[in-house]
Write a protein that binds this ligand. Sequence first.
Ligand code: NDP
Ligand code: DXP
Ligand code: MN
Length: 381
Amino acid sequence: MKYISLLGATGSIGTQTLDIINEHPTEFQLVAMSVGQNIERARKIITQFQPELVSVANKEDAEELRQEFPKMNFSFGHEGLVEVATYPKATTLVNAVIGSVGLFPTLEAIKAKKTICIANKETLVTAGHLVMDAARKNNVAFLPVDSEHSAIFQALQGEKVKNIEKLIITASGGSFRDKTRAELNNVTVSEALNHPNWSMGAKITIDSATMMNKGLEVIEAHWLFNIPYEKIDVLLHKESIIHSMVEFHDSSVIAQLGTPDMRVPIQYALTYPDRIPLKTAAKLNLAEIGQLHFQKMDLERYRCLRFAIEAGKVGGTMPTVLNAANEIAVQAFLDGKITFLEIEDLIEKALEAHSSVKNPDLDIIQGVDLETRAVVRSLIS
Ligand SMILES: NC(=O)C1=CN([C@@H]2O[C@H](COP(=O)(O)OP(=O)(O)OC[C@H]3O[C@@H](n4cnc5c(N)ncnc54)[C@H](OP(=O)(O)O)[C@@H]3O)[C@@H](O)[C@H]2O)C=CC1
Ligand SMILES: CC(=O)[C@@H](O)[C@H](O)COP(=O)(O)O
Ligand SMILES: [Mn+2]
């Protein structure tokens, strides 16, 4: 039995993680979880899974739930996230929270020697050097959940990192992949949220549309696999069937394929190095699909991808700024305060205004993260 703590239980990845736990009750048990504001959904999860500890974003919600479920432990805020991430009975943390709020709980879970299944890519973008260094020093398994990184991780099983020629991360192109830049001027929030292949949370769906998601994934891959940026390519592949590939020195390419279903990489991270059946996942039928398409990535069309690669190469606190600016700008777009193309303008301004600090410690990272959010908010207002 694996005892799971889950950050972000009410979200898209959180819900699919619960599906897996539900399908395999003899393999997994949910012992601790966090939610944000969605208390209605939290009530249902508590009733179904009976976790021992639940953390919510707000104190008032924690108090209300404590009255309703007197035998359960409740916590709240940032401390609550850490309590869930380090819950003593849990052996494995699934970090499915959104944003750099996931960084500190991840570091604490690593110190508490939990196996980490990481979906929360913003944590790696914000402070990948601190996270991977802590994982190495504490000798904990740090397993990718993001579909592309799971694909690369699977392609690398039994391989030597020294033999890698390059990583090839595939990109669907997101909701606006068939639009020109000129056509992006008047796009709406609901159009942007209409991803062609994946049903995901709002923030990552917008990131897919701006191609920032792929930029974050390039930085994520750099840290997870310890590969220089020059050896990471992005390839447009509109079907999202090949989840990513690794090319080796001998010109051999290993790809991982499957129908677009996040439960597959989530479950792989939970069962690694084993595999167990996933009855509810659709089988891949290539004969039915017929053909797959590939296209070179245009960094002028997708400026956010260029910003991310450049920020990653500069390193230090530059990716922290990229991520924080993006989080604020995407939320402002979702709230109807800015247009779609203003997302990238704000990120560009934040990056241009920043002088990167080399080898930043956690205090510096947290300071830069907060400062960037304030700068971008003031640009918006
Ligand atoms: N969705 C997907 O298919 C994929 C997602 N990812 C990554 O996984 C992560 C999660 O994405 P996704 O599931 O789509 O996101 P969602 O928006 O669907 O879910 C986010 C979760 O985080 C909680 N949350 C949000 N803000 C806070 C906060 N300040 N404090 C505590 N909890 C908070 C939400 O709680 P509540 O709703 O209760 O407020 C919710 O449980 C992201 O980093 C994303 O990039 C990676 C690959 C695929
Ligand atoms: C499912 C997943 O891993 C997402 O990160 C996905 O990659 C988004 O699709 P895009 O390729 O459009 O960014
Ligand atoms: Mn992905």
